[in-house]
Ligand binder design. Sequence first.
Ligand SMILES: *Cc1c(COP(=O)(O)O)cnc(C)c1O
Length: 378
Amino acid sequence: MSAIQLFKAKYEVEECLEEIRECLLAGWTGMGFKTVKFEEAWKTYTGLPFAHYLNSSTIGLYLAVDILKEHYGWKDDDEIITTPITFVSSNHAILKSHMKAVFADIDDTMCLNPESVREHITDRTRAVMYVGIGGNMGHYSEIVEICREHGLELILDAAHMAGTRYKGEIPGREASVVVYSFQAVKNLPTADSGMICFKDGRLDEIVRKKTWLGINKDTYARTQNMGNYKWKYDVEYVGEKGHGNSVMAAIGLVQLKYLDRDNAYRRQLAAWYQEELAECTDKIKFVRIEEACESSFHLFQICVENRDALMLELNAAEIYPGVHYASNINYKMYSYAKGSCPYSDYVSDHTISLPMNMYITYEDIKKVCQVIKHFLNR
Ligand SMILES: *Cc1c(COP(=O)(O)O)cnc(C)c1O
């Protein structure tokens, strides 16, 4: 039997090639054309009012903090409450804008613990960075309520959340900004890209300029405006090169059609893991998923006592799980928070993400769980 990988993107190859062929034949692979179509399709799918296509979610998180900071006149060293258990993009975004990442602890949903968030609010707190880890929303509605009570902006790092439903719908309208990732191993895989969805249309206008060096008119719009001083544009910001392109959007448009189907299969895989591991509940800690959340199951995480040894044992059987994540507080730029988030430290040392991708079969899951059970019962 061949190796079982944590992630492996599965594409609708022929359809993607057809959509990319259109870009090549049209001689238009850059911003505009398919990127506009994908933005429209994403707004329709999510019900969010604005969407701007990006070359990564990382640039989206940076610009989310940057634009909110400028818009609300936040100061350097003002604070954003965030989680240690995330990909560093979420927290680097805060430091990039010269603000302070204040770490609150997580709970057994792997997402921020609302009580801990409350305890960390000061008169310099401006926002909460909330990460729906693995597609799980955790205690999201309490976080929304806390932000409302304290006048805090809510930044939703939705990198794992493509297709997650909460209380029956796609969450995000209540957040100031939602940032999705369509990186190669996420639930909607392109190769690298993302989407930023501001609640406020004025900020959507700004981010469109800031992802193209600060230029206030994109090439496509200028080409449509035949002959009229196409070369004339203003530069309003020292912006980034952060917008997406039509080749990535072509893949995104196709994969979006299959996102709900793929996520339904991920939920099936999660159910099989739960079934197969049900007899070990004394030795395995599962992630709590609230009734209100229909998770995209980007990840299937468990916590076990001897994680590193289990990892080796799985590797020996050609099974390659992952860890999401080592606490960001372990890294030098966040080490000022050492010791402040005990449950995150526990998760950092004990969590393991079991293989979760569209190539995995019931047989694979039985094999993975056999190795785990054998290890735990020894
Ligand atoms: C993958 C990921 C990102 C970054 O996404 P890119 O599109 O690769 O920039 C940000 N946050 C989280 C939680 C992620 O998992």
